[in-house]
Design a protein around this ligand. Structure first.
Ligand SMILES: *[C@@H]1O[C@H](CO)[C@@H](O)[C@H](O)[C@H]1NC(C)=O
Length: 118
């Protein structure tokens, strides 16, 4: 019994290591990169500060998300962020692309259907 638990632990640790070592899928943009692009937007979308460097992040993200898979990944990340981040002013978040002069073909909102993003 104890050896079985031990084997299970080894397998678990192994799985965690594999997950940690394998780089995030190259196919789609990770949520981590989306967050780092948009980090400077936080004061703005939370009504705490000016736009600041936000637009350069928005534009960088826009350029980075080239494929449909990237855009869908970005979309679902933004969607999750919009619904989980406390204090996000959704009308400001939704207005960001326009504010920055970038044409993002979907709304940044918790109700966006990301599977329709192309
Ligand atoms: C969101 O921002 C808009 C525009 O600045 C403002 O009019 C509105 O009151 C804000 N909404 C919330 C919930 O803070």
């Amino acid at each position: 019994m104890a050896s079985m638990i031990k084997a299970l632990c080894v397998a678990l640790v192994g799985a965690v290591l594999v997950i940690a070592v394998v780089p995030p899928a190259e196919a789609a943009l990770g949520c981590g990169s989306v967050i780092s692009y948009l980090g400077s937007c936080r004061p703005y979308v939370t009504d705490k500060g000016p736009l600041g460097g936000c637009c350069s992040g928005v534009k960088g993200l826009y350029k980075a998300a080239k494929t449909t898979a990237d855009r869908q990944a970005t979309c679902s990340c933004l969607k999750t962020l919009a619904s989980t981040y406390k204090g996000v002013n959704l009308s400001k978040a939704a207005g960001l692309p326009q504010q920055c002069g970038v044409n993002i073909p979907y709304k940044i909102s918790p109700s966006t259907d990301c599977s329709k993003v192309t």
